[in-house]
Design a protein around this ligand. Structure first.
Ligand code: ADP
Ligand code: MG
Length: 254
């Protein structure tokens, strides 16, 4: 019998508190295997972004119980840098506009932090060009300053480009509150699919309430987070049900 693959993420009984000590996550269990795409949905304030930040090692949140394993290692106490280097990618982890740093330069720094690789500008430019073509991006984009006047769609392109170039093992995409227009959604969906085509082992946790994004991403598993707990898991049909019925059936009466 084939051995079961080592999970990318194995989240076990995770409890997380905010800086003021108030509990946000109250026992989250979630396992993501290589190549799987999981969608996490849930009403505003249920703790989705907190989970994303906690997975990334944000110092803002405190794990009060439970554990996070990444490819078999307990990373619950690891800092964000170490996690990034190990191959955990979080879209939006980077600051807003960075004065005088081009997209190309930023990717070079990020890549060297992630892999210790010091690619020449030429090598990096070639690999970026290839991806920009696949992602249908204007080559001039590489020389623009990071996030300086980027449209929503351009920010997304930049994030997808980072994901493609950094070659993470697992990517956490938090698209919940970003007010994405159709163009930006398409960029994310196409980009994720393009990167997965290249690297079928990539695991993805996509946090979104955009049905459209889920349709294009075609998740293997859909989870519903309410009040800091996963109250239901299923396949894509769960996303459809949520779209039709809303979250009402799962929420505590106010
Ligand atoms: N840094 C923080 N300090 C205090 N409360 C926080 C903090 N971050 C999140 N929360 C609270 O935790 C709950 C979950 O927030 P969040 O994870 O952003 O939810 P979601 O992304 O599902 O909308 C909310 O009630 C929010 O106000
Ligand atoms: Mg959020």
């Amino acid at each position: 019998m084939a051995e079961a693959p080592t999970p990318l993420f194995e989240i076990d009984g995770l409890h997380v508190s905010a800086p003021d000590g108030s509990p946000i996550l109250r026992g989250v269990d979630l396992t993501i295997l290589p190549g799987e795409l999981h969608a996490l949905m849930g009403p505003n304030g249920s703790g989705k972004s907190t989970l994303a930040s906690t997975l990334m090692g944000s110092p803002e949140y405190t794990v009060t119980a439970g554990s996070i394993r990444f490819r078999g290692d307990d990373i619950t106490d690891w800092g964000a840098d170490l996690r990034g280097r190990a191959g955990i990618f979080l879209a939006f982890q980077y600051p807003q506009a960075i004065q005088g740093v081009s997209v190309l330069n930023f990717l070079r720094q990020a890549l060297s932090a992630r892999k210790g690789l010091d690619l020449s500008m030429l090598e990096l430019r070639l690999s970026i060009m290839e991806w920009m073509e696949r992602l249908d991006m204007d080559p001039a984009f590489a020389d623009r300053y990071l996030n300086d006047g980027f449209s929503g769609g351009e920010k997304k392109r930049n994030e997808v480009l980072q994901m493609a170039i950094l070659e993470p093992e697992v990517a956490v995409l938090d698209e919940t509150d970003s007010g994405l227009d159709i163009d930006a959604l398409r960029v994310v969906a196409r980009g994720v699919q393009e990167v997965r085509r290249d690297r079928p082992e990539l695991g993805v946790l996509a946090i979104t309430h955009y049905q459209r994004l889920l349709e294009e991403l075609d998740p293997d598993h859909v989870h519903l987070l309410v009040d800091g707990r996963i109250v239901e898991s299923g396949g894509p049909e769960l996303a459809h049900r949520l779209e039709d019925e809303g979250y009402g059936a799962w929420q505590r009466p106010a």
